[in-house]
Design a protein around this ligand. Structure first.
Ligand code: HEM
Length: 270
């Protein structure tokens, strides 16, 4: 078939580079495992290599490389794009920035660093991440699904074999469900049990059910930790001539939902 935008050609080049990288990482690890003083940390790669040594016909090197490719592509752009939105919503909403920093100062304290264990004690920071994922879900249509049988939902017939796209972007801006859906208000999650882990269907940026994002725990940890640290140690300002109101917050649809105009923010050490 045709590849008019050259997308497939470019993807083949990029994926090829990644596969070479994985080959090098695997080779290096295999070498290391042969040395006598190697102590396994049982990380992801060691675990896969152990399985492969036991049952090579079930998990060969090619499968390991494709598994790594899946995780790499699914986990990098989603997290980095969410983080760009987080960092854009801060200077766009100076009061939110102040409140998040006030919470960090009060609970973590000046001079202490934000650690994974401290995140549970930072409700505002968590609310901030939820609100960002509500307004800017990086995978706006989740992953496609197919019906196994005929279904009827709200008088719509879904025939067996139909491809279904769940528009989580629209759900998390539905005015019948959300008050002031277009406003960035982390406060809406304070004191609320609502969460992004696939139980509350109004907010499913990681999807739900058996296909739910397996990287969810890692992604949430990374987002909270990076954000907490950057807010606790730095103040954030926009470049000259850009005000909170004039900052371009449009999104651009692609495989992952991006900021249409990349963010430029200035860090000031606290
Ligand atoms: C903010 C970060 C992330 C967001 C918003 C996100 C979102 C999603 C969504 C919406 C899906 C489809 C779920 C569905 O259709 O029900 C998905 C699938 C997936 N995600 Fe994530 N993800 C993130 C980070 C990660 C990370 C860090 C990893 C791995 C290290 C990862 C690995 C995967 C994989 C492998 C799948 C495919 C699962 C399957 O179809 O069985 N994701 N993710």
């Amino acid at each position: 078939s045709l590849d008019l935008q050259g997308m497939r050609r470019r993807m083949t080049v990029h994926f090829g580079k990644l596969m070479n990288l994985f080959d090098r990482v695997i080779d290096k690890r295999l070498q290391l495992r042969k040395t006598n003083d190697y102590i396994s940390t049982n990380d992801f790669l060691d675990t896969l290599l152990n399985i492969s040594e036991d049952k090579n016909e079930e998990l060969d090197r090619n499968l390991i490389k494709h598994l790594l490719l899946d995780l790499f592509t699914a986990g990098t752009e989603t997290t980095s794009s969410t983080f760009e939105w987080v960092m854009a919503e801060l200077p766009h909403n100076p009061k939110v920035l102040q409140e998040a920093q006030r919470e960090l100062k009060q609970i973590i304290g000046a001079g202490n660093s934000v650690e994974e264990s401290g995140i549970a004690c930072l409700p505002y920071l968590q609310a901030f991440v939820k609100e960002t994922l509500r307004l800017h879900p990086p995978v706006p249509l989740l992953l496609p699904r197919k019906t196994e049988a005929d279904y009827e939902i709200h008088n719509f017939i879904l025939p067996k074999g139909a491809q279904l796209l769940v528009n989580t972007w629209a759900v998390s801006r539905d005015p019948n469900f959300w008050e002031e859906p277009d406003l960035f208000l982390p406060e809406r999650f304070i004191g609320s049990e609502m969460d992004v882990r696939g139980r509350d269907f109004g907010l499913i940026p990681f999807g739900g059910g058996r296909r739910i994002c397996p990287g969810l725990p890692l992604a949430l940890k990374m987002l909270h930790l990076m954000l907490g640290r950057l807010l606790h140690s730095f103040d954030w300002e926009l470049e000259d001539g850009v005000t909170p109101e004039s900052l371009n917050m449009e999104d651009k649809y692609g495989l992952v939902l991006h900021k249409a105009q990349p963010l430029k923010a200035i860090a000031i050490s606290l």
